[in-house]
Structures are given as C-alpha cells and as structure tokens.
Write a protein that binds this ligand. Structure first.
Ligand SMILES: [Mg+2]
Length: 184
C-alpha cells in the first residue's frame, strides 16, 4: 500500500539541482578547478586542469556538500529578494564582518577531506583569486555572501583530496622502485 504523504529523498534530484543552481549563480566546475590548480600547482607541477576539475566533481558528488551549496544559495537568494528577517537581512546583504555563519557552513564542506583543506580554505578566503573575486564584487547587484565561501571550500576540499591521492601515487611508485632495486 502506498503512503502518499511520506517524504522520500531523491538523491539524483538533489545532485542535479545543485549543479543547476551553481550554474545559475554563475559558477562553473572549470572555475573551481582553476582555484584547485592555483592551490596545488607548486606541489605537483605535472598537475592538469582536467585532474583538478575531476577532483571538484568528486567533491560535488557528496551529499553533505550538496546540502551546504543548496542551503547557502537559498540564503543568498532570499537576501537578494529582501525576504529575510531583520537584522539578518542586512547582515547577509552587506556581508557583515562579524557574521560568520557563511564560513561555518562552508567548513562543513572542508571537513569532509581533512586538515589540508583548512589551510587551503584560509588561504583562498584571504586572497580571493579567480571566480571568488567576481563573487565578491558587490556592484553586481547579486548577493553571494554564502556562495563565495562555499566555492572556496569546494576548491579547498578538492585540493586536499588531490594532495592525498597524489602523495599515495608517489609512494606507490617509490615502493615499486625500491622493490625493483632490492630484487635486482
Ligand atoms: Mg562570505
């Protein structure tokens, strides 16, 4: 017997909506990939943009990450429409310096991939390179108080993920070399 009023989560719909909303708010995976490149190219000179974008895609596939993105974009949109309660409306509209919930929400993304993510997030939040500069441009009429931190956090998480995997690759190669040397 079917229960018409029972909520059922549709994970595919959540993932798809997240992608659509990022695009609608002017953020592409390539732009986030470029941030990853910026964060990691000194450590891994052979790194390609395609690898960076692939890492961003893996981060975006996580439900915790999708939840943070949808929540943040929703709050930005409500602020743009003037629909939040005062004083929250103005705090988010003007990206008030002592309002830190945008960073806290973004940290839920960074948390997924461990501590290197924190360092990268701090760095990128300070310098706001690439797409982050555009999101921070207050003259656009759009409000991205939450999204700028979220995009920085996705880049930081994707960097962290990449760094761990690259290190594992290096160690595997070194081990193979050592074994070859030992037997030869
Ligand atoms: Mg912010």
């Amino acid at each position: 017997m079917s229960e018409p009023n029972v909520y059922r989560l549709n994970s595919k719909f959540v993932a798809q909506s997240t992608e659509e909303w990022l695009t609608k708010r002017g953020v592409t995976k390539e732009q986030i990939g470029q941030l990853v490149m910026l964060l990691q190219k000194d450590y891994f000179p052979e790194l390609t943009l395609a690898e960076c974008v692939a890492s961003v895609e893996r981060v975006l596939s996580k439900r915790e990450v999708q939840n943070a993105i949808l929540t943040g974009i929703q709050l930005d949109l409500l602020a743009e429409e003037g629909k939040l309660l005062p004083p929250l409306q103005d705090m988010i509209k003007y990206d008030e310096g002592l309002y830190g919930c945008d960073e806290i929400l973004a940290l839920s993304i960074v948390n997924v991939y461990g501590s290197i993510g924190f360092t990268n997030f701090g760095y990128i939040d300070k310098f706001k390179p690439g797409v982050l500069k555009k999101l921070n441009d207050k003259s656009s009429g759009q409000i991205h108080t939450f999204l700028d931190d979220i995009v920085g956090a996705i880049a930081a998480a994707a960097s962290s993920r990449l760094a761990h995997r690259k290190q594992a690759e290096r160690e595997a190669v070194q081990e193979a070399l050592d074994e070859g040397g030992a037997s030869g």
